[in-house]
Design a protein around this ligand. Structure first.
Ligand code: PEP
Ligand code: MG
Length: 325
């Protein structure tokens, strides 16, 4: 099987009925930058920038960030590079930020919430990304959005950063595409409105499962509830895909569930344009996509999402998987 999977990895993933799905990788530690290879994927669907802040004893400067983003963009050989702005808080803390301890960090002061208050920190990062945009197909993505106001505010700060760069005569990419992570139930339910303001969505299934099922993703005791096959989660993802399609917005998935080969046929049926994952899953997922028909999977999807029991969904998806792999 490995040879079969490997034969698929250097080609684009296209379904039997002609739908191309970009298969990207997630990246986000200094190792992955040192050993970065983009030959066997269609791009980087999620560049987690937290490690840059965690590896420093103080906020990384614009220059330090610019060097990292630029070298990633160049190594990426013109393929897309989606850079997610700082998603600190929750399970990831920065000592030099010196934030008070919270009793519910996953429901607290994190990600875009923090960036919108610490405009200095946020703008430094946005400037570095805008400048790196000159060196490749760089896109900006905001995490943890729960309403339209946050998105509009973030875009406003991005515009300010562009104005500053322009006034200074510094090179940057003015038409950089902007997207958001859809990883809260609030963003799912508002995805029709959010779609009017972005060029792409990336569904963060890790957090979406956590917030939809009210099960802490780090808590062993509730791991059986934290389930990517939870039907409410699947219906949420379908809703986001429908709203994205209606507004001509590209949609991808970048949580762990993106590369689960029991779920990949469902994602294709829902119409995803992109899946982003750990590099080790790319070949298998590309191979699978090449063997399925989107139209046929859409019939399965309708049946699966009409089910009430998670186990029935799992059984049906296991059957489909066994025919494809
Ligand atoms: C997610 O929430 O699915 C995601 C990809 O982001 P992170 O795991 O970094 O929260
Ligand atoms: Mg997340």
């Amino acid at each position: 099987k490995k040879a079969l999977f490997d034969s698929a990895k250097s080609r684009p993933a296209v379904t039997l009925d002609g739908k191309t799905v970009r298969v990207n990788i997630n990246s986000g530690d200094s190792d992955s930058i040192a050993n970065f290879k983009c030959d066997e994927c269609d791009g980087v669907g999620l560049f987690r920038t937290e490690f840059i802040y965690m590896d420093h004893s103080d906020y990384p400067t614009e220059e330090e960030q610019f060097e990292i983003y630029r070298s990633m963009a160049q190594m990426n050989q013109g393929k897309e590079l989606i850079i997610r702005t700082l998603d600190i808080g929750g399970d990831k803390q920065l000592e030099y930020m010196d934030l008070p301890k919270e009793s519910n960090p996953f429901l607290g002061y994190r990600a875009i919430r923090l960036c919108l208050e610490r405009v200095d920190v946020f703008k430094t990062q946005l400037r570095a990304i805008l400048r790196a945009g000159v060196f490749g197909d760089v896109k900006i993505m905001f995490p943890m959005i729960v309403n339209l106001e946050e998105l509009l505010k973030a875009k406003e700060i991005l515009e300010e950063a562009k104005k500053e760069l322009k006034a200074e005569g510094t090179d940057f990419r003015a038409d950089i595409p902007v997207g958001i992570m859809v990883e809260t139930p609030a963003a799912v339910l508002l995805s029709d409105k959010l779609a009017e303001e972005v060029s792409f969505f990336s569904i963060g299934s890790n957090d979406l499962i956590q917030y939809t099922t009210a099960s802490d993703r780090m808590n062993e005791r509730v791991q059986s509830l934290y389930d990517s096959f939870n039907i409410s989660v699947l219906r949420s993802i379908r809703m986001v895909c429908e709203n994205a399609a209606r507004h001509g917005v590209a949609v991808g998935i970048c949580g762990e569930a993106a590369s689960d080969t029991k779920l990949v046929p469902l994602w294709v049926a829902m119409g995803v344009d992109e899946l982003s994952m750990v590099p080790s899953q790319v070949a298998k997922v590309k191979y699978m996509i090449g063997r399925l028909s989107k139209e046929e999977m859409q019939r399965e999807l309708a049946e699966v999402l009409a089910m009430g029991r998670i186990q029935d969904v799992k059984d049906r998806l296991a059957e489909i998987e066994s025919k494809l792999l």
